[in-house]
Every structure is written in structure tokens, then in C-alpha cells.
Design a protein around this ligand. Structure first.
Ligand SMILES: C[S@@+](CC[C@H](N)C(=O)[O-])C[C@H]1O[C@@H](n2cnc3c(N)ncnc32)[C@H](O)[C@@H]1O
Length: 176
């Protein structure tokens, strides 16, 4: 089972059907597609124009998605209400000329905003073997641990040290 399969399996156990959720890196649209199928509304954000085009095409049969072509650290410009779930599937857009790799500093700033807005779950997949991925993982994990936000679930395949790692956090008012 890869990390994306793990996430979707986990999310199937949550009561998403009447919830508003956010895909903070919509990329090729796979997570947005899953969320649009199971949740009431989805915000799909990506800094890459190409990612938004790909996600729109992949999800063309859904009418419950709001697309945002912007840096995810600006998410609070678009959302004011509490959100049940935020997903960060970090890294870069596969098969693309765009250089839109997530970076520790902007990801951290986006995660801080997600924590403010979230009353539910935060899901983060770290790609520790990619350029800057280990630093991103270490900085964000440290921030969360320092703020007493600990994962309720983690997943990795235990094949090598720098493989992708997914962490799931449950957030509520006491984290804010
Ligand atoms: C691994 S892909 C996401 C995969 C996607 N969730 C899917 O299901 O297909 C990572 C995405 O993060 C996006 N990204 C990188 N930096 C970003 C930022 N600062 N704000 C928003 N998106 C960003 C990239 O453009 C890329 O599309």
C-alpha cells in the first residue's frame, strides 16, 4: 500500500459527507477527486497553474469544488469558516516543467494557518527523499511537537530511511 492509498483508506472512515475540506496541494487532482466524491465541498489550491488545469480536467464531473491558483500560505484570504480536514501532499507536480516544489518556510506558514482554521483533521505527506524534503519534514515536525500537536497515526512502508511519511493529526479548539 502506498501513502496515498493509506490516506484514502483512512479518510473513508471519517464522516466527510456533510463537511467542507481543503486540498492544500491539488497537483494532479487525485486527492481532490477523492474528496469531491466523499465530502460536501472541497477547496483545491495549488501554486501551479498547470496543477489547477489538471485538477479541473480530472474533476470535471463534480460541481462541489472551488479552485484557487495561489500559494497555500494565503489560504486565509479565501476561507473564513472552520474546516474539517486539510490535506498537504507535499513535493512537486510530477511530469511538469514548473518548479513548484513545496518549501519548508511557506509550508510551515500554510500549516500554521490551517491549524487556525481546522476543527477536525490535518493530513501531511512528507517526501523526505526529495530536494529539501528532509528539512521540510524536520522543521514542520519540530513545530508541531513544540506546540504539543502529535500525530494520531503515521504511515510509511519501511523500505528505506528517506521514504515518504504520512502523519495524521486531530485538531480542535485546544490547539488554537
Ligand atoms: C505531490 S503534488 C500534490 C499531489 C496531489 N495532491 C494529487 O493528488 O495529485 C505537490 C503539489 O504542491 C504544489 N505546491 C508547491 N508549492 C506550493 C505552494 N506554496 N502552495 C500551493 N501549492 C504548492 C505543487 O505545485 C504540486 O502540484
Amino acid at each position: 500500500m502506498n501513502n496515498n492509498t493509506f490516506i484514502h483508506k483512512y479518510l473513508k472512515g471519517l464522516p466527510l459527507d456533510d463537511k467542507c475540506v481543503v486540498d492544500m496541494t491539488c497537483g494532479n487532482g487525485n486527492d481532490t477527486f477523492f474528496l469531491a466524491k466523499h465530502a460536501r465541498n472541497v477547496y483545491a489550491i495549488d501554486i501551479s497553474k498547470e496543477a489547477i488545469i489538471r485538477t479541473r480536467e480530472r474533476c470535471k464531473d463534480f460541481n462541489n469544488i472551488i479552485y484557487i491558483n495561489d500559494d497555500h500560505q494565503n489560504i486565509d484570504k479565501y476561507i473564513k469558516d472552520k474546516i474539517y480536514l486539510f490535506i498537504f501532499n507535499l513535493g512537486y507536480l510530477p511530469d511538469s516543467s514548473s518548479q513548484s516544489l513545496t518549501k519548508a518556510s511557506t509550508t510551515l506558514s500554510a500549516i500554521k494557518k490551517a491549524i487556525e482554521l481546522c476543527n477536525g483533521y490535518l493530513v501531511i505527506s512528507f517526501y523526505r527523499g526529495q530536494e529539501g524534503g528532509k528539512d521540510e519534514y524536520l522543521r514542520i515536525s519540530k513545530y508541531l511537537i513544540d506546540n504539543n500537536i502529535l500525530p494520531i497515526e503515521t504511515y510509511r512502508q519501511y523500505r528505506h530511511e528517506n521514504e515518504p511519511l504520512t502523519a495524521i493529526y486531530k485538531l480542535n479548539q485546544k490547539n488554537q
